[in-house]
Design a protein around this ligand. Structure first.
Ligand code: BTN
Length: 265
C-alpha cells in the first residue's frame, strides 16, 4: 500500500492555487472539519483549509451523518470570503461538485456524475458529499464567509457498514491505486479556485455547462422531495440560472432551487 501521508507540506507540494490551501492544518481527529472551522478558525484568511484524519461527528445536508472513519476518506473544509451576491451562493455547491469530478477524472480516469444538488456519484452509488454553509451578518449583500466541506470515500469498509454497502462508492472500488488524500485534496482545490474566481467575476455559463454535462438525472423520471411535498416528475433540464426544471405528472413545469431528488431507474 502506498504511503498516504496527510500533512500541510504534502498538500502544498501539489497545489497550483494562489490562495486555496496555502494556509492549511491537518488534525488527527475532530468532530467535523466544517464545525471546527466555523468554531475555531473562522478568522483565518480566504482559502484556509482544515483537514482531518477522521471525524467523530461528520455532517451532511439535512442533518444527516457523514461516516468518516480514519484512513478511509478525505475529509476537509475550506474557508472562502467570496465577493458573491447571496443569490449566487448555491453556485459554490455546483463549483465544488464540478471540481471533485474534474479531480477524480484527472487522477483516476473515471467519470463520476452529479446527483443534483450536491452529491458526486460513481455508477449508482455516492462517492462524495458536499456541504456548503455560509454566515451572513453584514449588510453588504455578500456573505461574511463561506465554508465548503467535502468528504470523498477513497476506501470503504463494507463489512463495518453493511447497511451502507449498496449506497456508498469508493475510489478503490474502481481503481487499483487510488490517489493519496493529499494529492486528491490539492487537485480538488486546484480545480475549484479558477472556477470560483470566474464565478465571482460574474461568469456562470461555463460552470453551468460543466455541471449540467455531469448531471445524472436529465431525461429521467425522478421523485422530488421538498419540505412541502413529495411527488413524481420528469427531469427536463438545468435552467440558465441553475434551477432544475422538472415536469410533473399533470404536465406542470416547475423549477427547483432546493430540495432533493431520487432518481427512478
Ligand atoms: C452530504 O452528504 O450531504 C454532505 C456530506 C459532507 C461531508 C463533508 S466531510 C468534511 C466536512 N465536514 C463535515 O462534517 N461535513 C463535510
Amino acid at each position: 500500500m502506498q504511503l498516504d501521508e496527510l500533512t500541510p507540506a504534502v498538500v502544498a507540494a501539489h497545489l497550483t492555487t494562489a490562495r486555496l490551501g496555502r494556509e492549511c492544518l491537518v488534525l488527527p481527529e475532530t468532530d467535523s472539519t466544517s464545525t471546527a472551522l466555523r468554531r475555531d478558525f473562522r478568522d483565518r484568511p480566504d482559502g484556509f483549509a482544515l483537514l482531518a484524519e477522521r471525524q467523530t461527528a461528520g455532517r451532511g445536508r439535512l442533518g444527516r451523518t457523514f461516516v468518516s472513519s480514519a484512513g478511509d476518506g478525505l475529509y476537509f473544509s475550506f474557508l472562502l470570503r467570496p465577493v458573491l451576491p447571496l443569490t449566487a451562493l448555491e453556485l459554490l455547491t455546483f463549483t465544488a461538485a464540478v471540481a471533485v469530478c474534474e479531480a477524480v477524472e484527472r487522477l483516476c480516469g473515471l467519470h463520476p456524475t452529479i446527483k443534483w444538488v450536491n452529491d458526486v456519484f460513481l455508477g449508482p452509488r455516492k462517492l462524495c458529499g458536499i456541504l456548503v454553509e455560509s454566515a451572513v451578518s453584514a449588510p453588504t449583500g455578500y456573505p461574511d464567509f463561506v465554508i465548503v466541506g467535502i468528504g470523498v470515500n477513497l476506501h470503504f469498509d463494507r463489512t463495518a457498514h453493511p447497511e451502507l454497502s449498496d449506497v456508498v462508492a469508493a475510489l478503490s472500488d474502481a481503481v487499483e491505486t487510488p490517489p493519496t488524500r493529499a494529492v486528491l485534496a490539492a487537485s480538488i482545490l486546484n480545480a475549484f479556485e479558477p472556477r470560483c474566481d470566474a464565478l465571482c467575476a460574474g461568469q456562470t455559463a461555463e460552470l453551468l455547462a460543466a455541471y449540467r454535462s455531469r448531471l445524472n438525472c436529465l431525461g429521467r423520471p425522478v421523485t422530488v422531495h421538498t419540505p412541502a411535498a413529495v411527488y413524481e416528475a420528469f427531469c427536463e433540464d438545468l435552467t440558465e440560472q441553475g434551477g432544475l426544471l422538472v415536469r410533473t405528472a399533470d404536465g406542470e413545469r416547475r423549477t427547483l432551487r432546493a430540495g432533493e431528488i431520487s432518481i427512478r431507474l
